[in-house]
Design a protein around this ligand. Structure first.
Ligand code: PAF
Length: 282
């Protein structure tokens, strides 16, 4: 497995592969990998001739009061895991390499970025789409792999690809969970023992709403109320938002959810200084 830190070298490697007809899959990550990331790499391995994983903690997508500098990093461990998953090259640029002196461009998807995560993290999605567009241009993948856990990120990236005609397919992979239901996340490491126990409340709230929906409760407000009630049973849990929305345009369902429409149950909940997100798509 190659470790590539320069944009020019990465672009050259992929253009050499493509010149001989090889298809490249890209797994963008911020590192500190867990089984969820590895499942993306394995899926990419099964579906492409060459697999590139990027490890880049993107400063543009962190707000001034967020955890950019303390975001967990462990390059050596990540490289071992990616090699084990059959990745061919890891692209690991520095912030200066991605955003050199004078860098002054951005990509922004409007509309679906000012609700949910976007409402609580101003500028976050502009940072995500800018770095993901750069990665797509540098690596030129045929397919790029993302986790369903970041449901709004998935919707925003799909929209960027559609609106700007990026010539690639976005592949969405299921959320991987711990045995007690907690969605795998690099941020779980921040949780204290008590917070870790309390954090299963996201899964419990989502499961309660899913069960109610399957039993015929099709009222957006009632499903939101139910999830809020479950969350408020945990004193350590402080919700940022709880949502029952259309998965495409992310608009909240208020009254009756129309038959045949998809439903995205999602939430962001704080435990001390740690903020976790999770969702179910029904
Ligand atoms: O989901 C992530 O880890 C990041 O938002 C991504 C897609 C790698 C862009 O920095």
């Amino acid at each position: 497995m190659e470790l590539i830190t320069s944009v020019a070298e990465m672009a050259l490697a992929t253009s050499n592969w493509q010149a001989v007809g090889l298809k490249v899959g890209l797994v963008p990550t911020m590192g500190y990998l867990h089984e969820g990331h590895i499942s993306l790499a394995k899926r990419a391995r099964a579906e492409n001739d060459k697999v590139v994983a990027s490890i880049f903690v993107n400063p543009l997508q962190f707000g001034p009061k967020e955890d950019f500098s303390r975001y967990p990093r462990d390059l050596e461990r990540d490289l071992n895991l990616l090699e084990g998953a059959g990745v061919d090259a890891v692209f690991h640029p520095t912030p200066q390499e991605m955003y050199p002196e004078g860098f002054n461009a951005s990509i922004e998807v409007l509309g679906i970025t000012d609700v949910l995560e976007g409402a609580h993290r101003p500028g976050h999605f502009k940072g995500v789409t800018t770095v993901v567009a750069k990665l797509f241009n540098i690596v030129s993948p045929c397919k790029a792999y993302f986790g369903q856990k970041d449901a709004q990120q998935v919707a925003v990236i799909k929209k960027m690809v559609r609106d700007l005609n990026f010539p690639l397919e976005i592949v969405i992979c299921p959320t991987l969970r711990e045995a007690d239901g907690l969605a795998m996340s690099s941020r779980n490491i921040y949780l204290s023992v008590d917070e870790r126990k309390a954090a299963t409340v996201l899964y419990r709230a989502l499961t309660a709403a899913q069960t109610a929906f399957e039993n015929g409760n099709r009222q957006g407000d009632a499903l939101r109320k139910l999830m809020n009630e479950v969350i408020s049973s945990e004193t350590l849990a402080k919700p940022d938002y709880v949502s029952v929305a259309n998965p495409e345009d992310l608009r909240e369902y208020a009254g009756l959810i129309p038959t045949g429409k998809g439903v995205l149950l999602s939430m962001a909940v704080r435990f001390g200084s740690t903020r976790l997100i999770d969702n179910f798509q029904l």
